[in-house]
Design a binder for this molecule. Structure first.
Ligand SMILES: [Zn+2]
Length: 456
């Protein structure tokens, strides 16, 4: 068996090396080949360090990047060397992507020498990956409808994670305000290491459900859940009037939100953040809860919260001499609605760039755009649509009552980038999964050719 493991590792490493020599990123490929040969290939790897994993529909990449930055900021090892933190920051979050990444870091016996492994994991792959690894902490962010073609219904996905959790005894960090996530706290009654986080009611919270949401019924008794308020989508202060589900005392809560100064309080201390979108605050609350479990110093948290930005199409800013565009990824209606909320919070006039693709990784079905809440567009003077489904998103926006004269359809991304920057001023950008990197590239190309980056 050992010999087979060593051969698997050697073969995998050879593939990674060959790809690198060819100037290519390892991506999913080596893992995919090993998986094709042996469905249980992940068991060739071993690690002694704590493994922290982040899963959920939205916010995985950002949360994983923040945790990675926090762990990397910890004091050095006793031998003076910096801590070794291994992470899949590029978002290769399926078992094959994680396998490919581990091949690059393991020795010939498959052992990974690190101080921490911080992994972003696709919801449906949690049981597959952690069948082979001892998971120390699992952070669960939220469950929304996303890429239905691939993931199936939300409930099926939650049940899959729940089944895994039935025997899991490690730390479980859960969003107290998402009933889809909070219900998992009882998956294994023997697990005492369950911790909840949330964010205090914010100024944009509503009494009625404002956007399409999931999980309006109690998972235990089937009664309709009652909400004091909704923060966004179905995330908010909920309770089951029959069995009391939702009566949760959080381990970490973000309080005293000050949107003008991008500041908030956790456990009596004041922190600042680069962005104050409500969903970003939920991510930070999750990050803080995980950091607390590892006794990370508040000074380090201060620094990371106040200065770190993911800049991978997640609230990333692009500047020209007379214009500034804030780009955000949206894979599903909730993600798009979050960016529209930010746009509406901004009192200035602005233009919106919306890039929609329908490649396989996006799910070919783009009907989710009909669940985006475009009805309250505040101060949007023009919309540019682009991507392989530029016309679909234009029609969707027109049907919400927006003046079609103000919509410009340009499927070519370079033309769209030129058009959005034409007038100067405030811009917002939304792009879906396979559209986000090409959109970033087109915006960067425009800026490098036409000059940009005003001094801040
Ligand atoms: Zn109930």
């Amino acid at each position: 068996m050992k010999l087979i493991n060593s051969l698997t590792v050697a073969f995998g490493k050879a593939m990674v090396k060959a790809l690198k020599l060819a100037g290519r990123d390892a991506g999913n490929f080596p893992g995919l080949v090993l998986w094709t040969l042996n469905k249980n290939y992940l068991k060739v790897f071993s690690a002694d360090c704590p493994i922290i994993a982040v899963t959920g529909t939205n916010g995985k990449t950002s949360t994983t990047n923040f945790l990675n930055r926090l762990f990397r900021s910890l004091p050095k090892r006793d031998d003076g060397k910096p801590l070794k933190v291994i992470t899949n920051m590029q978002g290769n979050n399926l078992d094959t992507g994680i396998g490919s990444m581990l091949l690059q870091y393991c020795d010939m016996s498959g052992h990974i020498d690190a101080d921490y492994l911080v992994l972003e994991v696709d919801e449906s792959h949690v049981p597959v990956i952690f069948k082979h690894f001892k998971l120390d902490t699992l952070v669960i962010l939220n469950f929304f409808r996303d890429q239905l073609d691939r993931n199936g219904e939300v409930e099926t996905l939650i049940l899959k994670v729940q089944k895994f959790l039935k025997t899991y005894k490690g730390n479980l960090v859960l969003n107290a305000d998402d009933p889809n996530v909070a219900r998992l706290g009882k998956a294994n009654p023997k697990n005492k290491n369950v911790y909840y986080y949330n964010v205090e009611k914010y100024e944009g919270a509503t009494e009625e459900l404002y956007e399409a949401g999931e999980g309006r019924f109690c998972p235990y008794c089937g009664e309709a859940l009652v909400y004091d308020y909704y923060q966004y989508s179905h995330v908010g202060r909920f309770k089951c009037p029959k069995c009391g589900f939702g009566n949760i005392e959080p381990f970490v809560q973000i309080k005293d939100l000050d949107f003008d100064n991008s500041a908030f309080t956790i456990e009596g201390e004041r922190y600042t953040a680069k962005h104050m979108g409500i969903y970003h605050l939920y991510n930070l609350s999750a990050v803080y809860a995980a950091a607390k479990l590892y006794n990370i110093d508040h000074k380090i948290i201060h620094k990371v919260f106040g200065s770190f930005e993911v800049n991978n199409g997640r609230l990333e800013r692009f500047e020209t001499a007379d214009s500034s565009l804030l780009l955000n990824l949206a894979k599903n209606p909730v993600g798009a609605n979050m960016t529209l909320r930010l746009l509406n919070q901004d009192k200035r006039e602005k233009e919106l760039l919306f890039v929609l693709n329908d490649n396989i990784a996006d799910g070919r079905d783009v009907s989710w755009i009909w669940d985006i809440n475009f009805s309250v567009f505040k101060g949007v003077t023009r919309v540019i649509t682009s991507g392989t489904r530029a016309y679909d998103i234009a029609i969707r926006i027109k049907c919400s009552g927006y003046d079609p004269e103000k919509i410009v359809v340009l499927p070519d991304l370079d033309q769209a980038a030129e058009e959005i920057f034409k007038n100067g001023g405030v811009k917002y950008g939304i792009a879906n999964y396979t559209a986000i990197q090409p959109t970033r590239a087109a915006l960067k190309r425009y800026i490098s050719e036409n000059g940009g980056g005003k001094e801040k």
